[in-house]
Design a protein around this ligand. Structure first.
Ligand code: CXF
Ligand code: ZN
Length: 360
């Protein structure tokens, strides 16, 4: 089958047509991928900013159809429409039992150590984020798939599996933004725009989008931003919008220490700084110990939007059906498998690209 493979950080993406995937083992399912998105985390893996066992099929935002279930899998059948989760909850660890399935590392670790794909020459190949969704088929633990109503188009279902779960989840699950709140969102990519949309859903009164690319400001307003500005102007706009006090909730949706710091500076005393973007292990955030206590700001980690996809996918679909969650506008380009290298370049370059979705 066709799959897009990364061999070394910094290398070009390799499009292959000789990749195979073994299984499913008893607890796994085989999924035919029907729509798969290009997320900035894939670009970060390509550049070596995010860790990945290599070689790897990239891609972690996808939806598809079950083609085969392992002998011990129940509740799923061939033909079921599913979306994929890059943090499959094992269901039995302390984090899962404690209601924080997004912290479960059981299958995340397995994703780094169990190569499910093989290249034509027989070489083992991993799936990025434990998935590897830039492939026509993949095999994953049954916990990595979430059933979805078959009338939801695959291209929209795919977006729920990363951008929307991460972005909207950060607002409703992590920060629990309250009606009338003031919110700033740093970074207006697929995740940042989903944070903005979540803030609108939550009834935030002021939503400031911050992005250096002016083309993104228009998109931010379409998703609910009341104001948009550049990083250079942020401090001045904060002054105007909050009387200099700062925002109740400051979301970082880039994945860099400099933008975490900017979110810290934008939050009000007692407000929260919500870390949504996935950054590098060697990128240190410096905050002085005095402010860390006396500013009363709370740094919240929002892994995967603190989502429980089994619960939240249903909520997102209901909101979409009610016309309150705009998924369509997140897609700026529908592409073919062959277009993936070009799509990666386009996303890395910036501009008005939001989500590019491969349709198989
Ligand atoms: C990423 C984090 C690293 C693994 C794949 C998913 N999160 C969102 O893009
Ligand atoms: Zn992603």
């Amino acid at each position: 089958m066709r799959a897009a493979v990364l061999h070394e950080p910094g290398a070009a993406l390799e499009l292959r047509d000789d990749v195979t995937v073994a299984g499913p083992d008893p607890g796994e399912v085989r999924v035919r991928v029907r729509a798969t998105g290009v997320c900035h985390s894939d670009v970060s893996a390509l550049k070596g900013v995010l860790p990945a066992s290599l070689p790897a099929v990239l891609g972690h935002e996808a939806a598809g159809e079950v083609v085969e279930t392992g002998s011990q899998v129940s509740g799923l059948a061939p033909g079921d429409h599913v979306l994929l989760s890059f943090i499959p909850p094992c269901g039995s660890c302390a984090d899962c039992l404690g209601g924080q399935p997004y912290l479960c590392i059981t299958y995340v670790l397995e994703g780094f150590t169990k190569p499910r794909f093989r290249l034509g020459d027989g070489a083992p190949c991993f799936g990025f984020g434990g998935l590897g969704a830039w492939a026509e088929e993949l095999v994953v633990p049954a916990q990595a798939v979430v059933r979805i109503d078959p009338d939801v188009p695959f291209e929209l279902a795919a977006l729920l599996s990363c951008a929307v779960a991460t972005g909207v989840g950060a607002v409703i699950n992590t920060a629990r933004v309250e009606e009338g709140a003031s919110v700033v969102v740093i970074g207006a990519g697929g995740i940042g725009l989903s944070v903005i949309q979540g803030a609108r859903l939550a009834g935030a009164a002021t939503i400031l989008a911050v992005d250096p690319i002016e083309a993104k400001h228009e998109a931010a307003k379409r998703f609910g931003a009341t104001h948009a500005t550049t990083p250079e102007q942020m401090e001045a706009v904060k002054g105007l919008l909050t009387g200099g006090r700062g925002f109740d909730h400051a979301f970082e949706a880039v994945g860099r220490s400099s933008t975490v710091k900017a979110a810290w500076q934008a939050a009000r005393r007692g407000g929260d700084v919500v870390v949504v973007g996935a950054g590098a292990a060697d990128d240190q955030v410096e905050i002085d110990a005095f402010s860390l206590l006396f500013d009363g700001k709370n740094i919240l980690s929002s892994i995967y939007g603190c989502s429980d996809l089994r619960r939240d996918a249903r909520r997102f679909v209901d909101l979409w059906r009610a016309g309150r969650l705009d998924l369509e506008s997140l897609i700026t380009r529908r592409i073919r498998f062959e277009d993936l290298p070009d799509a990666v370049l386009a996303l890395d370059k910036g501009g008005d690209v939001i989500r590019q979705v491969v349709l198989f």
